[in-house]
Write a protein that binds this ligand. Structure first.
Ligand SMILES: [Zn+2]
Length: 215
């Protein structure tokens, strides 16, 4: 089962994606993670991505989609995958479909995490991020050590500038402009799209995700 998670940063799709992946026994694939792995492993596409980053350029969509295609084709993902943050724009949705079609597969479900702007601002203003592994934390203060994944040197938690209320509202506007067409695109391309109310405890939201997937 290939499931695409949509939702603004802070909506909880990373955490829910990890839980869903564990339940379904499939990998959670996030763009940043597969990109870093490809660069670290020095694959041909990883080297292309690194060259772009070294020049200070954005990694081209085609390179990212190629790396994504390799991750989807790996034996790990034979039973499916949870795609977190992979699709943010319509060209990315099209690119993903093309990659999956080459593998004889398709997107089985799209889960959209709905959250009100005020709640998102409240959540993100309390978020800190590891300055090395980029993992987000809620309820921990800037200056604390990351201490999660054993990376060395150890990361320090910082409050990102773009997590401040005005910046969050701006990001959210950009996000909505990019993502509304993606939702319409999936609506007209036969993928099952479900909306999840993303406000609630981890367990409440997880129960909604599982219920939505059973229909
Ligand atoms: Zn870290």
């Amino acid at each position: 089962m290939v499931i695409v998670l949509l939702g603004p940063p802070g909506a909880g799709k990373g955490t829910q994606g990890e839980r869903l992946a564990a339940r379904l026994d499939v990998p959670k694939i996030a763009t940043g993670d597969v990109l870093r792995a490809a660069v670290r492993d020095g694959t041909p596409l990883g080297l292309e991505a690194k060259a772009a980053m070294d020049r200070g350029d954005l990694v081209p969509d085609a390179v990212i989609m190629g790396i994504m295609g390799e991750a989807l084709a790996s034996p790990d993902a034979a039973k499916g995958a949870i795609l977190d943050g992979v699709v943010r724009t319509t060209p990315q949705a099209e690119g993903l479909n093309a990659q999956l079609a080459q593998l004889g597969r398709k997107v089985d479900a799209v889960i959209m995490f709905d959250i009100a702007e005020d709640e998102l601002v409240r959540r993100l203003s309390g978020r800190t991020t590891c300055d090395i592994c980029q993992r987000p934390f809620f309820g921990r203060e800037p200056g604390e050590k990351c201490a999660v994944d054993g990376h060395a040197p150890e990361g320090t938690l910082i409050r990102r500038k773009d997590d401040e209320p005005d910046a969050v509202r701006k990001r959210l506007t950009v996000y909505r402009e990019q993502t509304s067409p993606v939702i319409n695109w999936y609506d007209t391309h036969g993928a099952r799209l479900v909306h999840i109310d993303a406000i609630g405890t981890l367990e409440e939201v997880e129960a909604r995700v599982m219920k939505a997937l059973q229909h």
